[in-house]
Every structure is written in C-alpha cells, then in structure tokens.
Design a binder for this molecule. Structure first.
Ligand code: HEC
Length: 182
C-alpha cells in the first residue's frame, strides 16, 4: 500500500514536471526553424561580404534551409493555439492572417528563386551574382529601378540582392508579428 502511494506520488510529480517543463513543442520547433534560417542567411551574407569562404554547395544548402522553412511550412508553424506569451508570436497573427500568410508566401517565393539560382551556382562567385549587377541596374537611378525590377522578375535579380529582399521580409514580419518572448 505504501509502495503504491509512493509510486502514485512519483507519477504525479512526473506528470506535473512534464507540464511545467519547457515550451510547447510546436513553439520550440518554430523557434529552431527561425534560428536555422538566421544562421543560413548569415552564411550567405558572409560569403558575399567575403567574411566566409564562398562554397557553392554550402550556398545551396543555406538557400534550401530558408526555402524549406518559408511559404506553407512557415504558416503551418503558427497554429492559433500556440500564439501569444510565453512565445514570441503576437496574438495579432490571428487577427491579420492574410497579411501574415502573404509575407510567408512572399519570402517563400524569393527563397525558391534563390535556391534555383544556388543550384546553378558556379564554383566561385561571379559578378552577376552580386548586388548591383544584371538587368535591374541598366539605366535609371539605382533606388528607383531596383525594387521595380525585383517585383517584375525575381529570377533576373542577382543572388545577393535576393538575399537582401529576403531579409527585408524577415524584418517586416518581425516588426509586426513578433514580440519579446517571455
Ligand atoms: C511571416 C512572419 C515571419 C517571417 C517571414 C520570419 N519570421 Fe522570424 N519570427 C517570426 C515570429 C512570429 C517569431 C516569434 C516565434 C516564437 O517565439 O514563437 C520569430 C522568431 C524569430 C527568431 C527568434 C527565434 C527564437 O529562438 O526565439 C529568429 C532568430 C528569427 N525569427 C529569424 C528570422 C529570419 C532570419 C527570417 C528570414 C529569413 C525570419 N525570421 C522570417 C515571424 C517571422
């Protein structure tokens, strides 16, 4: 009888430890997806900045890391029941689903284009991969022409510029839908 009571108490203690322990697995998974995207973006940026040795296979893997975690995959990581504190996802995501999803799809399309470019990437960085090259730059003022060209045909935008557009989407979403996690 004593043994049973002890076992029962132990199992209750374990059950409450599970409840108290750590975040919701969905939240933990999306936070690690986000961290993986941040690391991948840093890798690509580092290669273009010359802080990291360029490596076509690593570039491809990093682009794919972002592609696989944006679009529908990103949307699926934010079910309603997991929003709000203690996570860093604002409740506003639920009130502005179309906007949240549009951002997820926009960054997903850019990442898909970047991945396609990375798949054909040469063994060393070429000038046409760099910001400021390509048809987006021909004629007109830099600031005026580039975003319009990017809208028209992302496939013609140099890889480095695509990365910048991707990072803008990260920031746009964070400034509206992310809060400091508790
Ligand atoms: C459509 C919206 C959206 C996009 C796009 C987005 N994020 Fe996030 N991100 C969030 C939200 C919301 C959180 C908070 C998640 C949470 O705490 O549950 C977050 C959290 C993070 C975190 C913190 C993770 C942690 O450990 O708590 C990092 C780092 C991050 N994002 C990086 C990125 C990078 C890099 C990109 C672009 C490549 C990106 N995010 C694109 C919405 C977005």
């Amino acid at each position: 009888m004593k043994w049973t009571a002890a076992a029962l108490m132990l199992s209750l203690a374990c059950a409450s430890a599970v409840v108290a322990a750590g975040p919701d697995p969905i939240v933990a998974t999306r936070q690690s997806s986000m961290k993986e995207m941040a690391a991948a973006a840093k890798t690509i940026a580092g290669m273009f900045d010359g802080k990291l040795a360029y490596d076509a296979a690593r570039f491809k893997a990093a682009a794919e890391t972002i592609r696989a975690r944006t679009g529908p995959a990103l949307i699926a990581e934010f079910p309603s029941a997991t929003l709000g504190a203690p996570s860093g996802a604002k409740l506003e995501i639920d009130q502005a689903r179309p906007e949240f999803e549009a951002l997820a799809h926009h960054i997903g399309a850019l990442a898909t284009t970047l991945t396609a470019k990375a798949e054909r990437a040469p063994a060393s960085i070429t000038d046409d991969m760099r910001m400021g090259s390509g048809p987006a730059m021909s004629g007109g003022s830099l600031l005026g022409k580039r975003p319009a060209a990017a809208q028209a045909n992302p496939a013609q935008v140099p890889a480095e510029h695509l990365l910048h557009l991707i990072l803008q989407d990260c920031s746009s979403c964070h400034s509206k839908f992310r809060q400091k996690a508790l």
